[in-house]
Unconditional design. Sequence first.
Length: 122
Amino acid sequence: MREALEALFVSRVGNQPGVERLRFLFFAAPLVRRLVIGTADLNGRIAGTEITFADVKSWLEWLDSMDPLCARMIDLRYFAGVNVKETASLLDLPPEAVIRELRFARAWLRIKVSPDEAVSHV
């Protein structure tokens, strides 16, 4: 996805000095999430799972309301392809904080997907 976003950036803005690609990705990431989730068949299942796109949509909406910073990290990492160091830079956080928040999000998602298995990992 990141390659497509960067190609879009270059086609619209060019390689002008002073225009930051990461800033573009920062603003594009939530839009990409809405586009991906919004155009998906909400009853469709994610490959190899019993998780529907409707599930993902509701979980991301919940995360947006409860922890907007963590939701923004998910957008940057998984919908715009921004790495941990870049995410930390964009959000003015240490990389360790980004890693910690993403671990929280994955653990929370694991609980939502299969609560019985998640409890056995604690």
